[in-house]
Ligand binder design. Structure first.
Ligand SMILES: NC(=O)c1ccc[n+]([C@@H]2O[C@H](COP(=O)([O-])OP(=O)(O)OC[C@H]3O[C@@H](n4cnc5c(N)ncnc54)[C@H](OP(=O)(O)O)[C@@H]3O)[C@@H](O)[C@H]2O)c1
Length: 309
């Protein structure tokens, strides 16, 4: 397998854990990862945007899995990365490996057309859709797993500040999918017919505010919120971005509020899927163990809301 962009990310970790036991993996990414060789992965140090000869890397490869992307950036970052991936797709037309591309679900039109993160991602999606390669495009919604940068960061933030921001009325939905399940889905769906484009939701569709209430509860805290209007949330995340924070990006707020992330549950052969609850319990327990003795958890009581515009 040629793993493209298999740096230290959440999806990479899950793909390697799923495939390493019986696949030979060569991974193209930029930064070294501790114990990568021990996990059975051979690292080719390269920037996907600048690989001069994809055909050489594709020699003898049965399966390409692309996980390369960035969470933020502009034209300068995304255009060359997309060009590199388009060259890879072009080169793959010669040797015709199966080609898995991890993409993202549909987003509001404002993001689809105006945001380099998405407009360039869609160039890659479209190139594969138009190709005659045996491809599988998977477009998962919000992923969770050990070391993820969303739910575990949200728990840490709640624990640390005891308040959490909620955008709008919190009535939009998410259907979290375990990164390990994504990797299992990839493996099982590869056995099906090629040329598919799957949007993937996890087994439970949560109202966002119910999920954050549950997270507070698992931490033994009463839910306390700063209410932000959409405009206020966008201004806040824009300011955070300007100061170099990667906590949350403006486009992520817009996407969340569009209520397009509560995708229906995956219903294919890789069932059953893990619900998010037990994962949150484990993560909350880990956090509490780490801080026990310093700030004892308080019993859960009715929540408190603050409103900011
Ligand atoms: N996490 C989620 O909730 C989620 C949900 C839906 C879809 N996805 C998609 O799943 C894929 C992986 O997501 P993730 O959360 O695992 O992201 P991630 O942690 O940011 O991993 C992406 C990887 O791409 C590598 N990469 C980026 N630019 C590169 C370049 N020019 N050359 C080589 N490698 C490069 C990075 O490694 P280095 O920077 O170390 O090179 C990084 O390890 C992405 O396409 C993402 O859009 C993620």
């Amino acid at each position: 397998m040629l793993l493209v962009g298999g740096g230290g990310g959440l999806v990479r970790r899950a793909i390697v854990a799923e495939f390493a036991p019986d696949w030979e993996i060569v991974s193209v990414h930029r930064h070294p990862i501790p114990n990568e060789a021990a996990a059975g992965v051979r690292w080719v140090a390269a920037d996907v945007a600048r690989v001069p000869r994809w055909d050489e890397l594709l020699r003898g490869v049965d399966l390409v899995v692309n996980v390369a992307w960035l969470r933020s950036g502009g034209e300068r970052e995304f255009a060359p990365l997309a060009e590199g991936l388009l060259r890879l797709i072009g080169a793959a037309r010669e040797s015709r490996p199966r080609f898995v591309h991890i993409s993202v679900p549909d987003a509001p039109i404002e993001l689809e057309t105006g945001l380099p993160y998405l407009s360039h991602k869609r160039r890659v999606d479209r190139a594969l859709l138009a190709s005659d390669l045996p491809f599988l495009i998977v477009r998962p919604t919000l992923l969770f797993g050990p070391g993820d940068r969303l739910l575990t960061v949200m728990l840490r933030t709640m624990r640390r500040y005891r308040f959490f921001p909620v955008f709008g009325d919190g009535g939009y939905h998410v259907s979290p999918l375990a990164s390990a399940d994504l990797a299992r889905i990839v493996r099982r769906e590869l056995e099906g017919p090629p040329g598919r484009n799957l949007a993937l939701g996890g087994p439970e569709r949560w109202r966002y505010r119910d999920l954050t209430d549950r997270m507070f509860q698992l931490l033994g805290q009463r839910p306390r919120y700063w209410h932000l209007s959409e405009g206020g949330a966008r201004r806040l995340t824009r300011t955070l971005e300007r100061f170099g924070s990667s906590l949350l990006y403006e486009y992520e707020v817009v996407w969340l509020l569009s209520d397009m992330l509560g995708l229906p549950a995956y219903s294919g052969p890789a069932l059953p899927l893990a619900p998010v609850g037990p994962f949150l319990e484990r993560e909350a327990e880990r956090l509490l163990r780490g801080t026990r003795g310093r700030t004892p958890p308080r019993p859960t009581a009715p929540g408190r809301d603050r409103r900011l515009e």
